[in-house]
Design a protein around this ligand. Structure first.
Ligand code: 0O2
Length: 231
């Protein structure tokens, strides 16, 4: 009974950590949308590891089943995933979040620069956030994954296939998946180049646009007069 209450308290702190990180991400997202009329964040998801998969991972890692050991050995109990439009955006968002003064980065696993042998790509940031509770402040570890839409598409399909075959994916399928990861990467590079070209063309067309015609002095004077009368 006591363990149950402690376990609930343990998991709650991770849930609060997720809520804090989600707030930070939503602030960035809203600010980008309202001020810059463009958001590099496509969508955000979060998940708390289920007690069952927590136990399985602890056993896989030969971790003793105590809350202290689980906290130390399993770093992705709380997970947040950000999907971005372009590769550059993943690093940009990572910098914006990790430069915040209450965020402590404990490890960065850059599988975008160094993909896993199967082709998996994503930027993993292990971080800690302070969570203020009624009687204490806890540094809560969270695994933040940042990836592009193409990387996310590949990873979710690969994840389904991996579980369908119980981890024993036939060699032919593994090769095809690795090939598909390369195609996804080519798409990412191409889309980013197109996006840059379009942005550049927009800037140039704004520079080429004729300057706004100066308003006639009489009109300016009458507007000023009207302003003085009404204020
Ligand atoms: P789920 O269902 O997403 O929670 P660690 O014990 O954390 O040091 P681990 O777990 O291998 O070692 O860490 P890593 O490499 O950072 O991977 C953690 C998470 O990244 C995984 O969580 C997946 O979400 C994702 N991931 C890593 N490699 C792959 C991959 O090859 N394919 C896919 N689709 N996802 C991957 P979980 O707990 O495995 O799963």
């Amino acid at each position: 009974m006591r363990f149950r209450a402690e376990f609930t308290r343990f998991m709650m702190s991770y849930q609060f950590g997720i809520a804090e990180l989600m707030t930070k991400i939503n602030i960035l997202k809203d600010e980008f949308t309202h001020i810059h009329h463009y958001s590099p964040i496509e969508h955000v998801t979060s998940r708390l590891k289920s007690p069952q998969s927590l136990l399985q991972k602890a056993q896989r890692k030969d971790s003793p089943i105590t809350l202290d050991d689980i906290r130390k050995n399993i770093v992705d109990i709380a997970g947040v995933r950000i999907t971005c439009s372009f590769i550059k955006d993943t690093y940009r968002i990572a910098d914006m979040l990790t430069n915040q003064s209450d965020v402590t980065v404990t490890e960065i696993r850059d599988y975008i620069a160094n993909p896993k042998p199967n082709g998996y790509k994503s930027l993993h940031i292990l971080l800690e956030l302070p969570v203020f509770m009624s009687d204490r402040v806890e540094q809560v570890p969270i695994e933040l994954q940042i990836r592009t839409i193409a990387m996310d598409f590949w990873a979710s399909l690969e994840h389904k296939i991996y579980y369908k075959y119980g981890g024993e994916v036939p060699a032919g399928l593994t090769d095809e998946l690795t090939e598909a990861a390369e195609v996804a990467n080519r798409l990412d590079v191409k889309m980013e180049r197109l996006h840059e070209e379009i942005t550049q063309a927009k800037v140039e067309s704004q520079l080429d646009a004729p300057p706004l015609l100066p308003l006639p002095i009489e009109l300016l004077e009458s507007l000023a007069q009207r302003y003085r009368e009404t204020s």
